[in-house]
Design a protein around this ligand. Structure first.
Ligand code: NAD
Length: 486
């Protein structure tokens, strides 16, 4: 069993209180790690270490020196690739190929891409006329915001955490990360990488624990934190926003979704089935960008439902390293209870269960894991809870539609607005519909295709602000305008 510590000022430390909590494997519910739970004292120490680093060696580095260190971090992640893959598989139970093809390489890329962005972005400048005819020159310089609190979820822990830590450090800030209590491994491992590469002590800190009355809340309440970037549930975002209002601290939020997939009858049928299958079921449906509402144009509705059913029934449950398996469990027993409660509610609300709806029979120790079947429903009314609330599991409801206007209205009939995926071969329609769906990110004939230079974030209750490329700089720096009279 692994012993996981907090990482404060470059040292791995336990909690003064001696408090620890267990991490259980989603595969078989075995305890796989004991984690030191940070109290207020550890959180305060981490924030102080981050503040000291800002005023120390780190704060004195040039952009070029910082960028070199971040390339070093990316290279060290790549060198220790297998350690990160193992750690993330242990926490999430997701298949090895998901880790090696997407989640862990993205962690390294998050440091490289933002190092490049920071190196290449020019500052603005405006010349202005003055009554004496001599004029003035304005120019902006970007300064780091300070100590950034980074609060992360468990669904793609390393990718989502580095998506924030990469740009924060590239911009010259220091960070205190609070990983999810369900996924403590990779954030801790990144501490070893920071030390190995020579990132000054205190630049990167990790405090473990829970949300309310624990490390998460202690961090957001600490006035030494200058800004908070958070990925997680919308209602947690609301609690964090309240805490951040003390001291008028800035927030960047990537929150929940209830994303629509739209399939027109002229779509490349097989590509659309494959795309919606991925978007609904990848990572056992635990992707914020995932599709839980699918709208299919009536002429191909029945055929589409049957084709998706075949694919969903073809998944093979098993351990991440099992070559015959390609499908993992949910993150925890607690999350499974939530997902299964929606599986029951769907039936109560009158759904036709096309496939799934229960728990697969797993052999031996795996019977104790957090497994659920990929599930497809049809026949629910548009106001059903299952159609309106984020479930965050491997499930979707499929509904027919008859016109472009109707499907746009259906897609927008939600309090969320994170992403959508549109499948059609009519390009003019793709552009039209994409512009009308009220979301931060739209994919046409694809899903989860990410260029890290683009804006990423949610509309409505799916988020505040945009990160990615230069958009991250808007949050992780402040622009100071300097006006020089000539
Ligand atoms: P969560 O909101 O329960 O927890 C996220 C983090 O916040 C955890 O580290 C948790 O300990 C901490 N936390 C909880 N309460 C807190 C409080 N009061 N103060 C400070 N910290 C607190 O979310 P989760 O269950 O870990 O993740 C799943 C959710 O994340 C889903 O809603 C999903 O849509 C969302 N998500 C969004 C994106 C995006 O980019 N928009 C990406 C991934 C996940």
């Amino acid at each position: 069993m692994r012993q996981i510590q907090n990482f404060i000022g470059g040292e791995f430390v336990a909690a003064a209180s001696g408090k620890r909590f267990d991490k259980r494997s989603p595969l078989d519910n075995r305890v796989i790690a004991s984690i030191a739970e940070a109290g207020r004292a550890e959180v305060d120490a981490a924030v102080s270490a981050a503040r000291a680093a800002l005023h120390g060696e780190w704060g004195g580095l040039t952009t070029e020196q910082r960028v070199e260190l971040l390339y070093g971090v990316a290279n060290e992640i790549t060198r220790r690739f297998e350690d990160f893959v193992e750690a993330e598989m242990a926490d999430t139970g997701q298949p090895r190929h998901v880790m090696t093809s997407a989640f862990i390489p993205r962690g390294a890329a998050n440091f490289k891409v933002f190092a490049d962005v920071v190196k290449n972005v020019p500052n603005e400048s405006f010349q202005m006329a003055t009554p004496d005819g001599r004029g003035a020159l304005n120019y902006g310089i970007r300064v780091p915001k300070g100590v950034i609190g980074v609060i992360c979820p468990w669904n793609a822990p390393f990718m989502l955490m580095t998506w924030k830590v990469g740009p924060a450090l590239a911009c010259g800030n220091t960070v205190v990360v609070k990983p999810s209590e369900e996924s403590p491994h990779t954030a801790t491992l990144l501490g070893e990488v920071m030390n190995a590469v020579g990132v000054p002590k205190g630049v990167y800190n990790v405090v473990h624990g829970f949300g309310p009355d624990s490390a998460g809340e202690f961090l957001t309440q600490n006035r030494g934190v200058d800004a908070i970037t958070f990925t997680g549930e919308t209602r947690t975002g609301a609690a964090i926003m309240k805490a951040a209002s003390e001291g008028m601290r800035d927030v960047s939020f990537e929150l929940g979704g209830k994303n629509a997939g739209i399939v027109f009858a002229d779509a490349d049928f097989d590509a659309a089935v494959e795309g919606i299958f991925r978007s609904a079921f990848l990572n056992s449906g635990q992707v914020c960008l995932g599709t839980e509402r699918v709208y299919v144009e009536r002429p191909i509705f029945e055929r589409f439902v049957q084709a998706l059913k075949v694919k969903a029934e073809g998944v093979k449950f098993g351990r991440p390293d099992d070559h015959d398996a390609n499908y993992g469990p949910l993150i925890s027993q607690e999350h499974r209870q939530k997902v299964l409660s929606y599986y029951r509610k769907a039936v109560e609300e009158g759904a036709t269960v096309v496939t799934g709806g229960g728990v697969p029979q797993m052999p031996g120790a795996l019977a104790e894991g957090a497994w659920v079947e990929p599930t497809i429903w049809t026949g629910l009314p548009d106001d059903a809870a299952v159609v309106r609330e984020e479930i965050f599991g491997p499930c979707c409801h499929i509904r027919p539609f008859d016109s472009e206007n109707e499907v746009v209205a259906l897609a927008n009939d939600t309090e969320y607005g994170l992403s959508t995926t549109i499948w059609t071969t009519n390009l003019a329609r793709a552009h039209r519909v994409a512009a009308r769906v009220e979301v931060g990110i739209t994919w046409v004939n694809s899903w989860f295709l990410r260029d890290l230079r683009t804006a990423f974030g949610g509309s409505k209750q799916s988020g505040i602000g945009r990160e990615g490329g230069v958009h991250s700089l808007e949050f992780y720096t402040e622009t100071r305008n300097i006006c020089v009279k000539l």
